[in-house]
Write a protein that binds this ligand. Structure first.
Ligand SMILES: Cc1cc2nc3c(=O)[nH]c(=O)nc-3n(C[C@H](O)[C@H](O)[C@H](O)COP(=O)(O)OP(=O)(O)OC[C@H]3O[C@@H](n4cnc5c(N)ncnc54)[C@H](O)[C@@H]3O)c2cc1C
Length: 325
């Protein structure tokens, strides 16, 4: 069994930021990552542009220059985080998914599966910092037909939808961004939102502006005050302000949010808040299980510029805990 003072689970932007802080705090630590570095971003749509400027995505004090100060794409961000991880020579074990965590007197035993041969490996750590994010568990509609094969909860390349009829469901930035990108890939796009007007959705101002441009050019058809009633192989039954009752479509793309995967934490007795995320001390990011900390999107810090700062609090608390034992 491998033994460390700290194990960080997840090498997303915040897991990496935590690793840099742990290294600067001279902790003996390891990062376990189910995929590759920033696997979550690898799975974001190809060519996706972040809505935050590059300096808000930067970690560890490493500058993140982009041409003409433009907002970074998925590819730029992946390149940046890869370079930071290499420059810091962070001890990351990629393709090792933590399956289970057990408590013992001296800390925690972590059971992981190592790809490609599904080798079972065990680690021991005095403290664990869970930075597994919320990517990968998409919320689904609860109507009849929501599990049909043409109902998708994510997409990779907009070109897949070239000249196909796509109903996008969602009133957040991901849905808005998808509507823009699919319209630009010559898909026929309907954007179904719950509020009575696009202005009342959660779109960032620049996303709303881009949607409205395409609405004016008849490249996105907005459906407001929409309730999806049933999805059938060839059409969607709905109620909306535009009076449409049955919409013929090829694909339905539901982008209605993500929820945290609780399977690692629940068996340990971690308490969860009303938002489904683990409750924690806001000063230390420790959960109700002593020695078990959370960081990043899993801990409610949805923006990288917030999470990268706050994960320092967790590392500081972990350092104190280990030194004072
Ligand atoms: C489409 C989209 C656009 C976004 N745009 C912005 C933006 O412009 N600005 C901004 O600040 N934020 C943005 N976000 C949110 C931002 O991406 C997240 O806040 C950020 O990725 C959180 O980082 P994290 O390290 O906490 O988690 P993640 O990035 O989700 O990383 C978690 C990592 O943990 C790994 N993992 C999961 N389970 C296990 C396990 N059991 N064992 C080992 N490893 C595991 C995953 O493979 C993953 O690599 C966006 C999100 C989406 C979906």
């Amino acid at each position: 069994m491998y033994r460390h003072e700290l194990i960080v689970i997840g090498a997303g932007p915040v897991g990496l930021a935590a690793g840099i802080e742990a290294k600067r705090a001279k902790l003996d630590f390891l990062i376990l990552e189910a995929g590759t570095v920033c696997q979550s971003l690898v799975e974001y749509p190809i060519g996706m542009r972040f809505f935050s400027p590059a300096d808000e995505l930067a970690i560890g004090g490493y500058p993140f220059p982009t041409p003409h100060d433009e907002k970074p794409t998925r590819e730029m961000a992946l390149n940046y985080y890869r370079k930071v991880a290499s420059a810091e020579d962070l001890p990351i074990r990629t393709y090792e998914r933590v399956e289970r965590i057990e408590r013992d007197d001296g800390g925690f035993t972590l059971h992981a599966t190592r790809l490609p041969h599904n080798t079972q490996v065990r680690y021991h750590a005095r403290c664990v910092l869970v930075c597994t994010g919320i990517w990968g568990k998409e919320k689904r509609l609860t109507v009849e037909g929501a599990a049909l094969p043409h109902v998708l909860t994510r997409y990779d390349d907009p070109i897949r939808f070239w000249r196909r009829r796509v109903l996008i469901v969602g009133s957040g930035n991901s849905a808005g961004e998808a509507a823009i990108r699919l319209a630009d890939a010559d898909a026929q796009v309907w954007l179904a939102v719950e509020p009575p007007a696009l202005e009342q959705c959660k779109f960032r101002p620049f996303i709303l502006r881009e949607i409205q441009l395409r609405v004016d050019e008849s490249r996105i058809a907005p459906l407001t005050d929409t309730q999806i009633l049933r999805i059938q192989p060839e059409c969607v039954d709905l109620r909306c302000a535009q009076g449409i009752e049955s919409l013929p479509v090829d694909f339905v793309l539901t982008l209605i949010g993500l929820e945290p995967n609780r399977s690692l934490l629940e068996p340990l007795g971690v308490a969860f808040g009303a938002d489904g995320k683990p409750a924690h001390d806001p000063q230390t990011y420790e959960t109700n299980v002593p020695g078990l900390f959370v960081g990043g999107a899993l801990s409610q810090d949805g923006f990288i510029y917030v999470a990268r700062e706050r994960v320092r609090l967790a590392i500081e608390a972990i350092r104190e805990r280990i030194r004072n034992r």
